[in-house]
Write a new protein. Structure first.
Length: 378
């Protein structure tokens, strides 16, 4: 069995706030790295106030993203605090930062200069719209990246107001790309002894999630429209309303579609109609086919649909509320809920030799580790 803390011995300096950099730091902390979170002494990480709900004095959003870290408050404008920051940068294996453009330079910290002084350092930048280009100095948040990358244009329903994906997938995705880049740079450092500068942005992450719709546009000129719970390329592949709730049905190939029609009452003739035999035709005839399936599902309960489709192995599941997800036996079975600070939190979505990496730690109070770092500098 591998150790569940494979990054033990690494020191990460997190100059971050909100979601993107803290999520990257959380991943690394859960994997065993020492993560030192540097915060503004007056405000701390903005996410500390993102509530209610609150756990103790900080928002649950902050706890969810900052477990297992150390908190150090530094005023970059203070000479003594700036000296501590520069010392910690020199001692760290990697720095992760998502501060607004130009802020670090204002206080005399330049990534290129820092890397010349510390060639083994891995410096990770998470920006809003990228390092270059007309929007490179523009600040950004997850909703702006969802809007500007096209994600909101394919989310929701046609002729309805724009809809944002309900979780911060751009921010968290940027944190994930940062960790991927950092680990790649770490592998290279093992060979060469040299660090690297890893850079990503919310906009780039949004474009990455739009890989398939953008490819479709490049090939055909198509401008995708939203399909609600459905998918542009596959039919049927969406949520249907049963008599007592909603069920997601994903007949992702022609054989599954045939099984679907054989299993659900009233769809036998639909399954035998040659016009619907191939997915490419079902996509074109979506407007005709989907109402037929809607009518069939509407006659059944969610449980009945599930029983009928499970029997023929057509992928399906009920749409669950957050409380149902939290208490679902499958959530419990996979052990993704980790303990920390007297609460359960969602852990990393993977295991190493059946062990889920976790720091088991709590999110730190603002400045909880100030004395340890500031006394060391005296």
């Amino acid at each position: 069995m591998t150790n569940s803390a494979p990054l033990r011995g690494l020191t990460i300096l997190e100059l971050g706030h909100s979601v993107a950099a803290p999520y990257a730091g959380l991943i690394l902390a859960e994997l065993g790295a020492r993560v030192i979170k540097v915060e503004n002494p007056a405000t701390g990480d903005y996410a500390r106030g993102w509530g209610p709900p609150f756990h103790k004095e900080d928002a649950t959003a902050f706890h969810a993203l900052n477990r297992g870290k150390e908190s150090l408050t530094l005023d970059f404008a203070d000479a003594a605090d700036a000296a501590i920051l520069k010392r910690l940068i020199g001692e760290a294996d990697a720095v992760i930062q998502n501060l607004r453009p130009g802020l670090l330079a204002k206080f005399g910290i330049d990534a290129d200069e820092v890397r010349r002084e510390h060639p083994a350092l891995i410096w990770c930048d998470i920006g809003a719209f990228g390092k270059t280009g007309p929007l490179s100095r523009k600040p950004g948040y997850d909703p702006l990246a969802q809007a500007s990358s096209g994600i909101m244009s394919v989310t929701g329903e046609v002729d309805r107001p724009p809809v944002r994906v309900g979780v911060s997938l751009i921010d968290m995705g940027s944190g994930m790309w940062t960790v991927i880049g950092l680990l790649a740079a770490l592998c290279e450092r093992l060979r060469s002894g040299k660090g690297a500068q890893v850079a990503t942005s919310l906009f780039e992450t949004g474009l990455a999630w739009m890989t398939i719709p953008l490819a479709a546009h490049a090939v055909s000129g198509e401008v995708r429209k939203p399909h609600g719970s459905g998918l542009a390329e596959i039919v049927p592949y969406q949520a249907f309303e049963a008599s007592d709730g909603w069920v997601m049905i994903t007949a992702g190939n022609d054989k599954l579609f045939t099984k679907l029609c054989q299993a659900l009452p009233g769809l036998k003739e639909v399954g035998e109609d040659p016009r619907f035999a191939l997915n490419r035709d079902r996509v074109i005839l979506r407007h005709e086919l989907v109402p037929k399936i809607e009518e069939a599902v509407r006659q059944l309960t969610v449980a009945e649909v599930g029983t009928l489709l499970d029997a023929v192995q057509v992928p399906n599941c009920p749409l669950l509320r957050i409380d149902e997800v939290w208490n679902h036996p499958q959530t419990e079975a996979i052990g993704i809920l980790t303990e920390g600070d007297g609460q359960k939190w969602v852990g990393l979505p993977f295991t190493l030799d059946d062990v889920r990496p976790t720091s088991g730690g709590a999110a730190p109070r603002l400045g909880a580790h100030d004395n340890m770092f500031k006394q060391a500098s005296q």
